[in-house]
Design a protein around this ligand. Sequence first.
Ligand code: NAP
Ligand code: GCO
Length: 266
Amino acid sequence: MDIMKQFSLEGKVALVTGAAYGIGFAIAEAYAAAGAKIAFNCRGEHHMEAAMAAYHEKGIDAHGYYADVTNEEDVIKLVADIERDLGTIDILVNNAGIIKRIPMLEMEAKDFRQVIDIDLVAPYIVAKHVIPGMIKKGHGKIINICSMMSELGRETVSAYAAAKGGLKMLTRNICSEYGEYNIQCNGIGPGYIATPQTAPLREIQPDGSRHPFDQFIISKTPAARWGEAEDLMGPAVFLASDASNFVNGHVLYVDGGILAYIGKQP
Ligand code: NAP
Ligand code: GCO
C-alpha cells in the first residue's frame, strides 16, 4: 500500500475563496503542489493582477475569477464558470474573511452585520452552490477557515467571534446534513498567523519595541512564535485528501498550542 497516495489531490478541482494572498494563497499553493487544479476568487482588479503574477511566479496555472462571496449572484456565476473551465468542484475552502476590531459598545450594527455577512453567511452561500455538484459527483471536501475565536473571546472582536463560532457550527451542520453523500466538511482553526489581517497587531512601535499584542501572543503560544501561512499547508492538504475520508465535522486547530495553554504565571 502506498500511503502517500492517500494525500494526493491529483486531478481534483479546488476552489479557495479570497486566495489572492495570505492564508488562502498558501493553501492554494499547497493544493497545486499536491496535484489539484486551482480556482480562486477576489474582489479587486489590482488584487487579481498581483495574484496572477504571484501564482505564475510559483509555476501555478491558477484560474482567477471576480466574485464577492456575499453576493449570491456572483457566487452562482463563479461556480458555473469554474465548472465550465475546470470541471465540478471537488474541494471548497471557505477562506475569505475580514475582522473589525472595535469595542462592542462602540460598534455600529451595520459593521457587526458586515462581519457576519462575510465570515458566516458567505461560507453558507458558497457551500450551498457547491454541494449539489459534489452530490452528483459522489464526493466532496469542504474546509471552513475558523479561528481561535471559534472557541475564545477577547476585547474588540465580538462580531468576528460570533461569526467564527457560528462557522464552527455550520461546519458540524454541513457534516450532519451531507455526510451521507460522502461529503466531509471540516474546519481549520488557525492560531495567530502573520498575514495582512494581523499586520496591525505586529506593528513596530515608535520607540522600536514590539507591539504589546505581538509580545502577548508570543507569551500565550507554547511554540513561542506567530504562525506562518505555510503552517496551514499540511493540515489543509490532509483535510482535502482521501487520508481524511472518515474525519467529518471536526475543527483542526493549528495554533502552536494556544488552546492547550493557560498562559505563563506572572
Ligand atoms: P487576509 O490576509 O486579510 O486575506 C483575506 C482575503 O479574503 C483577502 O484576499 C480578501 O480580499 C478576501 N475577502 C474578504 N472579503 C471578501 C469578499 N466579500 N469576497 C471575496 N473575497 C473577500 O486574511 P488572512 O489572514 O489570510 O485570513 C484568511 C482567513 O483566515 C480569514 O477567514 C480569517 O478570518 C482567517 N483567520 C486568519 C487568522 C490570522 O491570524 N491571520 C487566524 C485565524 C483565522 P480583498 O483584499 O478583496 O478584501
Ligand atoms: C485578533 C485576531 C484574530 C486572529 C485569528 C485567531 O484580533 O484577535 O486578528 O482573531 O486573526 O482569527 O485565530
